[in-house]
Design a binder for this molecule. Structure first.
Ligand code: 4NP
Length: 157
């Protein structure tokens, strides 16, 4: 494992769920003084170079995180060598990552909520086509995931 450990969160557009997961883990790691490299990406390319969705920015801000400076990017094959943990937000993205993952690459691949006791196999629902309330649910899910990942990584370091 690299030092510090590195985590890449992946959703579809990289403008809603994975930037929020990135912010939640970075914030929790900072609070607990655990060094972790965190980034996010999308399997799709529609929002490359764009800031997070304004509803995602709003829920992050309401929870003390500024994500306005993040920009969308598409996941690359090299990411499976750059990151220790590549973590998908839902099953479609996990399947796409499994398909593109270079054989023998070292990254572990998982679903975010697999890390949360009692929530194994659950997806973080896509809030993009819903209302603002969906983003509160996203924040709750990614916060649970981030805290569980932090606990695991802090035990290993
Ligand atoms: P995300 O949400 O995968 O959580 O960033 C989406 C963002 C954009 C689209 C779909 C989901 N889209 O279809 O453009």
């Amino acid at each position: 494992m690299s030092n510090p450990p590195s985590v890449l969160f992946v959703c579809l557009g990289n403008i809603c769920r994975s930037p929020l997961a990135e912010a939640a883990l970075r914030d929790a790691a900072h609070t607990h003084s655990v060094p972790i490299d965190v980034d996010s990406a999308g399997t799709g390319n529609w929002h490359v170079g764009e800031p997070p969705d304004r509803r995602a920015q709003a829920v992050a801000r309401a929870n003390g995180c500024d994500i306005a400076g993040l920009r969308g990017r598409q996941v690359q094959r090299e990411d499976f060598y750059r990151f220790d943990h590549v973590i998908a937000l839902d099953h479609d993205n996990l399947r796409n990552l499994e398909a593109m993952r270079p054989e023998g690459s070292p990254a572990s691949l998982s679903l975010l909520l697999d890390h949360v006791p009692g929530r194994r196999g659950e997806a973080v629902a896509d809030p993009y086509f819903g209302d603002a309330g969906g983003f509160d649910e996203t924040w709750s899910d990614v916060t649970q995931g981030a805290q569980a990942i932090l606990r695991t990584l802090a035990q290993r370091s």
